[in-house]
Design a binder for this molecule. Structure first.
Ligand code: DCM
Ligand code: DCM
Ligand code: DCM
Ligand code: ZN
Ligand code: ZN
Length: 284
């Protein structure tokens, strides 16, 4: 997601996480809330000479299926060395741990939390779980007549990261970030998503076979979350694009994408809160 999408997922988590979680995370984040911190991982990935310049590939998983015809994740094929968003969620959850023997220095745990809250967001962006055309980065389209690249078109990836969300914010929430955020929180607590939430978070509740190691639970959940996003590449993201790549995606395509984008942002926020409520429980 772009910066607004990430900040929305953090805003949701800031409103759903329990008090203890907020206390511990705020301390780890030097007084910042999650919403404000979610974009850090994008800021540190660009400069290859900075300490985290290597972290770009952790923002996605290149699932080598064949959307829109065939979708499905194979971890051995798609993330062989763990150097992808699924491996990153497992790894940074593990590094956050303060229940077992391992208790990393506070700076490492702070960075782990900053990475984790970003990746729990990115994994719900369908094109961050997609190998086709480099996650839609080489698929170009018109969006509201946008004419912002040398090709006169914008990347389908950017449409999903940013354009849909910015249009939704402007059209339906009068450009109020908090109105959009509050709307999603409300949908989760009392609205249309209320009875989906237990399903979205189900793998966090279930005891894993290796319950001593939260890492395994986080890994299992991240795999499910990547599969969940990948399915949308076959059902929504690509079929309507392939049907008419020359269409203006700011019209019907946008309208069909809204409920999907809303729900994916809500999933990220709800999972972020639920995972951290568990992981930070024993921290102080
Ligand atoms: N972004 C950021 N900081 C930067 C550059 C970009 O937060 N220095 C955000 C805005 C983009 C988003 O990252 O929309 C793209 O992220 P990704 O490339 O992971 O989708
Ligand atoms: N991206 C992706 N899958 C890839 C490559 C990149 O999802 N195989 C994402 C990461 C960024 C965006 O696409 O959000 C743009 O990537 P970059 O900044 O590396 O061009
Ligand atoms: N809103 C929306 N879709 C809904 C409900 C509300 O887009 N199903 C938008 C329209 C309002 C904003 O949310 O500008 C605030 O809604 P509420 O009246 O629920 O506070
Ligand atoms: Zn992206
Ligand atoms: Zn990212």
């Amino acid at each position: 997601w772009g910066s607004i999408g990430h900040q929305l997922t953090g805003y949701i988590a800031d409103h759903l996480a329990n008090k203890h979680t907020i206390q511990v995370s705020t301390a780890l984040l030097n007084g910042w809330n999650m919403s404000r911190t979610t974009t850090w991982a994008d800021d540190v990935k660009y400069n290859k000479s900075l300490p985290y310049g290597w972290s770009g590939p952790l923002h996605y998983i290149d699932i080598e299926d064949n959307p829109p015809h065939e979708c499905g994740l194979n971890l051995t094929r798609d993330c062989p060395d763990g150097n992808c968003i699924v491996g990153a969620i497992a790894n940074y959850t593990n590094r956050l741990d303060c229940s077992g023997k391992q208790y990393l220095p506070v700076n490492d745990r702070s960075d782990a939390l900053k990475f984790l809250i970003h990746f729990i967001g990115d994994i719900t962006q369908p094109l961050h779980a997609c190998n086709r055309q480099i996650g839609g980065n080489t698929a170009f389209a018109i969006f509201d007549g946008a004419n912002t690249t040398q090709y006169g078109k914008v990347q389908l990836h950017a449409i999903w990261d940013t354009y849909i969300i910015e249009k939704r914010l402007k059209n339906d929430f009068n450009d109020s970030f908090t109105a959009y955020g509050d709307f999603l929180v409300h949908q989760i607590l009392k609205g249309a998503y209320a009875h989906h939430v237990p399903l979205w978070n189900s793998c966090l509740r279930k005891k894993s076979n290796h319950s001593k190691h939260d890492n395994h639970r986080a890994l299992r959940c991240a795999i499910m979350w990547a599969k969940d996003s990948d399915k949308l590449d076959c059902s929504v993201v690509w079929p309507a694009y392939d049907a008419d790549p020359k269409a203006d995606l700011g019209l019907d395509y946008y309208k069909n994408a809204i409920p999907v984008v809303d729900m994916q942002l809500a999933k990220a926020g709800a999972r972020m809160a639920a995972l951290l409520d568990k992981e930070l429980k024993k921290c102080h």
